[in-house]
Design a protein around this ligand. Structure first.
Ligand SMILES: C[S@@+](CC[C@H](N)C(=O)[O-])C[C@H]1O[C@@H](n2cnc3c(N)ncnc32)[C@H](O)[C@@H]1O
Length: 320
């Protein structure tokens, strides 16, 4: 099959996320309470380093249902908040949650490569699990830089790492091979695939929406080419990621309601313990490239000349 065009990728991303919006928070266990806020603040701290300043005007790219921005806002780290996304369905879900939480937010449905904001509008441009969906990252990064004031920062977290992704395939494969024994041990039945219409659409489009997996050098280059400096790339989730993916793979093979709650307690506690090992021991010691997720931050130089326009070519092939 020929590679999809940039326009097709954007169109599929819009449809896929419109369908996913209603169940998105439940599917990913997204919380807007203390636990969610702690997770998001810890990720931003990893990306930017400590201490994190307060940002008066912040723009989220690909905000989805609001996991990052609503938690950051509740944690008191940002003032005025603008959330963008290519999917109106995701933004509608975000506005609903913001309303319930009493959070004031402007939402704008737009592509990350075309930001409808004047130059120098924001102090922070940020996102989570978004860069890998964007067809032309040179254009997107130059837009991020254009709308930031001199001294403003970008911070993107949760981007798939090319090597980390390949390493994570091993525990997934091992879990699949062991799943019949695991089901027998727990006394649970095999899952019979029964997708509703929404799940079927989602599943069919999944391979088109994830355009990139990055090396740390590629992320650095996108930021540098757009004129940022103080570029910093870090990695997170290694053994916790392997443990989590192995367990999710096992669970996906079984009838969900038959899995005993003790298993979920074990999976949750094990993940938290291994995450502490990743955070405290492995992330400071090992190269970012081998972790499952990458984080990138950078700063617009204070004495920066206006950003050069970038050539309108697709970087899909370059980043693969
Ligand atoms: C994996 S979801 C992440 C959502 C949210 N940031 C989170 O962490 O829960 C990716 C989001 O990016 C949006 N998206 C995909 N392509 C985009 C593009 N070209 N411009 C803006 N948003 C896009 C999708 O609609 C979706 O809401």
């Amino acid at each position: 099959m020929p590679a999809p065009s940039a326009e097709q990728i954007r169109d599929v991303n819009t449809r896929y996320h419109d369908v996913a919006a209603a169940e998105y928070d439940a599917k990913w266990g997204i919380s807007y309470e203390g636990h969610g806020q702690r997770l998001v603040v810890a990720k931003l701290r990893k990306a930017l380093g400590s201490p994190i300043p307060r940002y008066d005007r912040a723009l989220e790219i690909g905000a989805g249902t609001g996991y990052f921005s609503l938690n950051l806002k509740r944690a008191g780290l940002i003032g005025e908040l603008t959330c963008t996304d290519i999917s109106q369905g995701m933004l509608d879900a975000l506005s609903g949650t913001a309303g319930r939480l009493g959070i004031d937010v402007e939402t704008v449905c737009t592509d990350a490569e075309r930001l409808p904001f004047p130059d120098d509008s924001f102090d922070l441009v940020f996102g989570h699990a978004i860069l890998h969906h964007i067809p032309d990252l040179d254009t997107a990064f130059s837009e991020f830089r254009r709308v930031l004031r001199p001294g403003g920062q970008i911070a993107f977290c949760g981007e798939p790492s090319r090597h980390g992704d390949r390493l994570a395939a091993l525990p997934k494969r091992a879990a699949l091979a062991l799943s019949p024994y695991w089901r027998r041990m727990l006394g649970v039945g095999r899952r019979v695939e029964q997708w509703d219409e929404g799940e079927a659409v989602e599943h069919g489009l999944e391979h088109v929406v994830d355009v990139h997996a990055f090396t740390p050098a590629q992320l650095q280059d996108f930021a540098r080419r757009a004129g940022f400096d103080a570029v910093r790339v870090s990695g997170e989730e290694l053994v916790a990621g392997w443990f989590g993916w192995a367990n999710r793979t096992l669970e996906s093979t079984a009838e969900a309601r038959q899995i005993p709650s003790l298993w979920f307690q074990y999976a949750y506690r094990g993940y938290i313990a291994l995450k502490a090992l990743d955070d405290r021991v492995l992330e400071p010691a090992l190269p970012p490239a081998i972790f499952y997720n990458l984080l990138v931050s950078a700063t617009v130089p204070i004495d920066a000349a206006p950003a050069e326009p970038v050539p309108q070519t697709s970087t899909v092939a370059a980043a693969r």
